[in-house]
Design a protein around this ligand. Structure first.
Ligand code: GAL
Length: 681
């Protein structure tokens, strides 16, 4: 059961007073400025370990007591962090086992953060002890709102403890070595294992091409990270069962993609509420802000879906620039408020920044923050932060709304890992994430809500499910898709699907999937990025790129054929009616023109349409949230120019921020501006 944030939109920042304990006047000023910034919630203590326990067993909680009390007095809620994201030097010194060993089997020195061994019993014990003390101390504190477990779990450790734990995990999974050898196809290159001890995690100086091993290692890393998380929350759950726990998931790059390193589909199952940190590369001349916005939306929708569709939290973003990006570009005026509201439009009930105040020294002193080094409350950034706070306060009536979706797109981590690791298909053209995002974009452009599901989600409530490039497809998932189609759903899939099973063994053929799609695929051709393949669909010609397949129809119907390249004349787009539903198969990586026409037809077929129509030419982004009474429309301008928008049904809208009914005939949106409209259902 996920924690349902119904009553508030939280707003604030990552507050690190442990950096300012020698500057009490700064801390006093922080609390003065928090009021001006219209915040209501802060994360606290994220990297506070050495300030709480300066040497083993010596605790200095007084500063945290003081800050917690001041937070309560200032009417600010606290998302209290467990500080395991960075370990104190004395701990690394005394217990070397907590330091990671990298894939080249080198033990790391002390330094940086997010680099403890997840298996180490010592680290687990020390973290658990400190977490218990935190829970005991603050369990009744009025400011305590939520637990923030560690920070951005990531990475892997290859120490002996982790190798043993990996082997135990494999024993549990495969039972016998013989079974493992078979499932991993270790007969290739004489890789058969004759004892469990011979199995080692992947390494560039050891095994790196036994693909089943690599996928299992990634699964194990997720498993071990989750196990570590559960060890952290145990004392918190015992002492504060009513206080929810989260941990901040990450985004990935380029521009914005899901983080690749952990299977968040699995991780999301154990957190009480999903939160994530978004650092999109806005204002990048190589990509429009629209593109950055839809990729960011994709990640938000994925994490929202993983949160059982309940509101999630945007736990970190920057109010201005990101110091570690290649170009540390500032957000243009309006962009900060637009990004925050855009997250809310995608289902967030919280927006927080990294960090409240810029550090005076060390790694992130040039990272954007609410309060800059000049300590002023009248800077452009501070004023924009404060304006967003005021706006979110006016939007709090939306906090009990949701985003029901009729359409889902599938994105799955195991599929990503297996496909990216496979040797084949051309290294540079795989583009799994980009491809899923391209399919998603069609619906996003139309303002149609899309859920982004992994293989774990239930599909039964959707009308259309789109699964591009399902390279690794477990049999249970094939069955799930079959049931979905049998019950009347439309399923769309593409080239490079259903190739391997969970252990990366090639399936060859699969009676259920082949009957579902109505085709037999014989060959796949990878073509150079400079080349195209052309095909028809409903008598119109389109271009395809990078991949196309030779298709033999079994019970499917061809909707268009290839016009050139090697498989000229072979079906390119196939429809197969199956039980009460229908499956479409795209045997080619088609361009946007095709996807637009194809999905236009699909929406007509299912009678799905976006329920707001923009009559003007100017392009804006629309997202909706709703409850039983109202539907809310977020209309957002992701361009650096003014726009005039004309909507249908103009009499019926109410502008939530302005607090009045408006004539939606001629809405003016400035650069990076937005409006939130409400309509009775
Ligand atoms: C996040 C991290 C923060 C801070 C921020 C800067 O990934 O959780 O602690 O480093 O990046 O962008």
């Amino acid at each position: 059961m996920k924690f349902e944030m119904k009553d508030r939109i939280i707003y604030g920042a990552d507050y690190n007073p442990d950096q300012w304990l020698d500057y009490p006047e700064i801390i006093t000023d922080d609390f003065r400025m928090m009021k001006l910034a219209n915040t209501n919630t802060f994360t606290l203590n994220i990297f506070g370990w050495s300030a709480l326990e300066p040497s083993e067993g010596v605790y200095t909680f007084d500063w945290l007591d003081d800050i917690m009390d001041r937070m309560a007095e200032a009417d600010q809620k606290v998302i209290l962090s467990t500080p395991s994201g960075a370990k104190p030097a004395w701990l690394s010194e005394k217990y070397p086992e907590i330091r990671r060993v990298n894939e080249r089997r080198e033990k790391e020195l002390h330094g940086l953060r997010h680099n403890h061994c997840f298996t180490s019993p010592v680290y687990r014990k020390k973290v658990s002890q400190l977490n218990r003390l935190l829970a005991e101390r603050y369990q009744e504190h009025p400011a305590l709102y939520m637990w923030h477990i560690s920070n951005e779990f990531s990475g892997e450790c290859h120490c002996d403890l982790c190798q043993d734990a990996f082997r135990d995990w494999l024993k549990e999974k495969y039972g016998t070595l013989d079974n493992l050898n078979k499932q991993w196809w270790t007969s290739f290159w004489s890789h058969k294992f004759s004892s469990w001890e011979q199995i080692e995690s992947p390494s560039s100086i050891g095994e790196s091409q036994l693909h089943a091993l690599t996928i299992d290692w990634s699964r194990f890393v997720t498993h071990q990270t989750i196990d570590f998380y559960q060890n952290e929350v145990e004392p918190l759950k015992e002492l504060t069962p009513e206080i929810p726990s989260t941990t901040n998931f990450m985004g990935g790059f380029p521009l914005m993609a899901p983080f690749e390193g952990l299977d968040y589909g699995k991780f999301a199952e154990v957190v009480d509420i999903v939160s994530w940190d978004a650092y999109p590369e806005w204002h990048n001349p190589n990509s429009s802000d629209f593109d950055v916005a839809y990729r960011t939306s994709f990640v938000s929708d994925l994490y929202r879906t993983l949160n059982d569709n309940n509101p999630y939290i945007l736990m970190e973003c920057t109010p201005s620039n990101v110091n570690w990006q290649n170009v540390a570009k500032l957000k243009k005026p309006g962009m900060n408020e637009l990004q925050g509201v855009h997250s809310v439009a995608h289902g967030a009930n919280g927006v927080l920044y990294f960090q409240w105040r810029k550090s005076k020294g060390s790694a992130e002193k040039f990272h954007g923050a609410v309060v800059s080094h000049d300590n002023r409350d009248d800077t452009r950034v501070f004023k924009e932060v404060s304006e967003l706070g005021a706006s979110l306060d006016k939007l709090k009536e939306l906090s009990d709304t949701r985003k029901p979706a009729k359409v889902a797109v599938i994105y799955d981590w195991e599929n990503l890992w297996a496909f990216n690791d496979s040797q084949g298909y051309g290294e540079k053209t795989k583009k799994y994430v980009e491809t899923v995002q391209e399919h998603y974009k069609y619906f996003w452009d139309k303002g149609i809500t899309v859920d982004v599901c992994t293989y774990n989600q239930d599909l039964s409530d959707y009308e259309i499910v789109i699964g591009p490039m399902l390279y690794l497809l477990p049999n249970e998932m094939v069955e799930k898709i079959e049931t979905f189609v049998e019950n009347g759903g439309i399923f769309v899939t593409t080239y490079i699907s259903n190739i391997v099973n969970e252990t990366d063994l090639v399936k060859g053929s699969d009676p259920i999937f082949d009957t579902l799609t109505g085709v037999r695929i014989e060959e796949i051709d990878s073509i150079y990025p400079e080349e195209n393949v052309h095909f028809t669909y409903k008598n119109k010609e389109y271009a395809g790129k990078e991949f196309y397949e030779s298709v033999y129809l079994t019970n499917g119907t061809s909707l268009g054929e290839f016009k050139d390249q090697m498989f000229k004349g072979s079906p390119a787009i196939i429809r197969n009616d199956y039980s009460k539903g229908r499956v479409y198969y795209m045997a080619v990586r088609a361009d946007e023109n095709f996807l637009n026409d194809f999905y236009d037809d699909l929406l007509v077929e299912k009678g799905i349409q976006s329920d707001i129509e923009i009559l003007s030419e100017d392009k804006v982004v629309i997202q909706t949230r709703e409850n039983n009474q109202f539907r809310y429309y977020f209309i957002m301008n992701f361009e650096d120019k003014k726009k005039s928008i004309e909507l249908t049904d103009f009499e019926e809208y109410y502008s939530v921020l302005e607090g009045k009914a408006i004539q939606a005939k001629d809405i003016q949106l400035n650069a990076y501006d937005y409006i939130v409209l409400r309509k009775e259902l």
